[in-house]
Structures are given as C-alpha cells and as structure tokens.
Design a protein around this ligand. Structure first.
Ligand SMILES: [Zn+2]
Length: 292
C-alpha cells in the first residue's frame, strides 16, 4: 500500500509530467471506484492540470478549478504511459485497470497519461472529482501532516496525551496523523525502540520527543529515497528501504535479533524484540483469546 513517501513521490512525478497539459479525457473502467457524481468526470475534459499535491495518502490533481483526487488503497497503483494515443478503449470488468486519464500531446506528438490499477478482488481504490479537496470526507478528517511545520513535538504530545490507544493503532489512524500506514508505523516504532502495544498516554516527554524524531526522520528518509524515481520503481524502493516491516524471520540490522510478527487489528505487524520490547516476544492476543 502506498503511504506518505510513495504518494509524495507520485505527486512529484506527476507534477513534472502532467502540469501544463490539458485533460483529453477520463475513462472510468471500474465504476465502483468513482465516489462522486457532481461535477461529472466529463467536466475535466479540456481543462489544464495546474498542480499536483498530496493530502495524507490522497493524490490531488488540480485541473484549473475542479480537482481529480485518488486514494490508491491497499492494492492500487499508478502507471504512467508515455503515449496513449494508440491505446484501445477499455471495457469494464477486464483486468486491474480502474481509471485511465488521457492528457494532451506535447511537441513530440505523444499523448501521455496515466492509469490507476488495482490488483486483487477487494476493490477499494477511490476516485473523486470535486470543486474543493475538503469535499472528500477522508481529506476533511485528516490529522496533521507529519512533514508539515505544525507537526512539532508539542503537537505530538497533544495527540498522545489522554489516548488509551496502543501507539501502533494511533500512528496508523489518519484522523490523528495523516499519511502513515501499516508499513511506516512498524518502521517508526523500530527507530523509536518502542513497543507497538504501548499505550499512547503512558509515554514520557522524552519518549514523545524520540517518537517525534523517529516519525519525521523515517518519513523524510523514505521521501528522499523515493524522490525522482519513476512510478514503476517506487514499490521495489519502498520494500528495499524497510527495516522490520514485511521482514519476519530476517535479522534486525541494528541488533541481529530475529524480526517477529504478531497479529494486529485486521493485519499483522513486525517488530524486533531486542530493540523494542525488552527481548520479550509480544503475545498474540487474537490467538490467546481463541485459546481461552
Ligand atoms: Zn533489533
């Protein structure tokens, strides 16, 4: 799933290629992906892309007024196409293609564009055409962006104070902090040397400062690595840069302990016992509940 660093890189990638071009057309192949009806998708035709930004994990193309916004969800991705002029019309129900955006040709005569694809059977990729990004409920509800100037250690203290949530869940909650998902919350907690099950409100000032630093440095580093890469290379880059996430059974680069996995909410998390939980493996609560 693309998280803040990948979406940031995608926004930059699109900014360089799409800004200044007109939208020739938007072909919606997977109808369930389109979450809005007014303005219609056809309203984008002929408008020029004037900017590309990110809100949390949402990607936002400003089309000189209306916005084309997408959330790639768990299995969605963006594929850039250098020339779509010869592309065949797409029929619904075949393959992973969800939406195709065709852009005006440049001096070279090529008419590029991009495609939003979604693998698997669970279709969660979402597209919105709105007059204001705040019309997208998920954007209106976003917490502060961890790479913004407002996200200070004091702001984080305010967020964790009084929260009886486990820190792993808190970091992933888009209403609390925007842009961090399952992968980067694992990474941040490994950098901060903190148990994912720690209750937010129990953090000391020192631990909050350490966590803040871990959030900002982890995301900045990931953005730095992703920046300038082609859309198709971002997935591999994300995977290679991870320290614990999706590395169950491998050795921790910091201490040499074996990275472990435990179920959490609707998926699982990875962590290093020596670095994060005093050497003790975390109990799988789902499993122990079943055994009771
Ligand atoms: Zn370790």
């Amino acid at each position: 799933m693309p998280e803040l660093p990948e979406v940031e890189a995608l926004a930059e990638f699109l900014r360089e290629r799409a800004v200044g071009r007109a939208v020739l057309g938007v072909d919606v192949v997977a109808f369930q992906a389109l979450k809005t009806v007014d303005p219609p998708v056809s309203a984008l035709g002929g408008l020029t892309v004037t900017g590309v930004t990110r809100h949390g994990k949402f990607l936002d193309l400003d089309c000189d007024g209306p916005h084309f916004i997408t959330h790639l969800a768990r299995a969605g991705w963006l594929r850039w196409r250098d020339d779509l002029s010869g592309a065949k019309p797409v029929r619904p129900g075949k393959g992973p293609l969800a939406v195709r955006v065709r852009l005006s040709p440049g001096d070279d005569g090529q008419a590029p564009g991009f495609e939003l694809t979604e693998a698997g059977t669970q279709k969660r990729l979402a597209v919105y055409v709105v007059r204001d990004p705040a019309e997208v409920p998920g954007i209106a509800a976003l917490g502060p962006d961890p790479l913004s100037v407002e996200f200070t250690p004091e702001a984080l203290k305010e967020i964790v104070g009084g929260s009886r949530t486990q820190i792993k869940g808190l970091l992933r909650d888009q209403k609390v902090i925007a842009g961090i998902g399952n992968a980067y919350s694992d990474e941040v907690l490994h950098v901060a040397k903190m148990s994912p099950f720690k209750i937010a409100a129990t953090l000391t000032d020192e631990q909050i400062a350490g966590l803040h630093d871990a959030i900002v440095t982890t995301l900045r580093d990931a953005v730095g690595r992703a920046r300038g890469l082609a859309a198709k290379d971002l997935k591999a880059e994300k995977k290679s840069g991870l320290r614990v996430h999706a590395r169950t059974g491998e050795k921790c680069d910091v201490c040499g302990d074996t990275i472990r996995e435990v179920s959490f909410a609707d998926s699982s998390l990875q962590y290093c016992p020596t670095c994060q939980t005093g050497g003790k493996p975390l109990a799988d609560r789902r499993l122990s509940k079943l055994l009771k």
